[in-house]
Design a protein around this ligand. Structure first.
Ligand code: FDM
Ligand code: MG
Length: 218
């Protein structure tokens, strides 16, 4: 008898949207047979380079944006077979950020400097094509007022008001609003309300069939 494969669940959102808290909550609620994968995974050699990029104060960054974008994607690819193995073994996998963060943040970063070429959505999505497509996808939609009310941004490269505003705009342009796997969540609500909606939606989602892979993201 073959076991049912696990569900691949994605939670995306801006910084301070409560994303990591909700990922922890959902992972706990789904029980011991659940794996949480956070992107970027800063523990791998590629992840170390990403961490250095996000935390360094150097100004030469825009020159290396294409290579950084490819490294963020490579960081997903290096974990792709592990994620698939968990799902095949019947474990649910919760993803904290994935391809949409990849596209949205690089899109905005490439427009933050007037001295370089902006990157197109066509170019940005290509490295992630072929990755596993989540079975259930949540976007935590936090208002700017609520984002500001929560504790302040940290020190990292992209944690700035203007930048976050632009990332929110592009997220809303690229999210798969018509897709039945997609759920837009009002992230201004309380932690408990949000975690209940997320858990109930995952529990009610149909048992996934064959694996689906991205052939087009935006
Ligand atoms: N980020 C994250 C990217 O720029 N590209 C990506 O592919 C991913 C997964 O990294 F500013 C950005 C988003 C954020 C930063 O993420 C670190 P966390 O979730 O704040 O650690
Ligand atoms: Mg952050």
């Amino acid at each position: 008898m073959s076991i049912n494969r696990g569900k691949l669940i994605l939670i995306e959102g801006l910084d301070r949207s409560g994303k990591s808290t909700q990922c922890d909550c959902l992972t706990a609620k789904l029980g011991a047979n659940t794996v949480l994968v956070k992107f970027p995974d800063r523990t791998t050699p590629i992840g170390h380079q990403i961490n250095a990029y996000l935390t360094s104060a150097s100004d030469a960054k825009n020159d290396s944006l294409e290579s950084m974008h490819l490294l963020f994607s490579a960081n997903r690819w290096e974990l792709a077979s592990t994620i698939k193995a968990h799902l095949t073994a019947g474990r649910d996998v919760v993803l904290d950020r994935y391809v949409y963060s990849g596209i949205a943040y690089s899109y905005v970063a490439s427009r933050a400097s007037s001295t370089r070429q902006p990157l197109s959505l066509d170019w940005l999505q290509v490295p992630d094509l072929g990755l596993l497509k989540p079975d259930v996808f949540f976007f935590l939609n936090v208002s700017e007022e609520e984002q500001v009310r929560r504790a302040g941004f940290g020190e990292e490269l992209y944690e700035k008001r203007e930048f976050q505003r632009s990332v929110a705009d592009i997220f809303h342009k690229i999210l798969p609003k018509g897709d039945e796997t997609f759920h837009l969540i009002d992230a201004d609500k309380s932690l408990d309300e949000i975690s209940s909606v997320i858990y109930e939606t995952v529990a009610a989602a149909p048992q996934p069939g064959d694996f689906q892979y991205y052939i087009k993201i935006v």
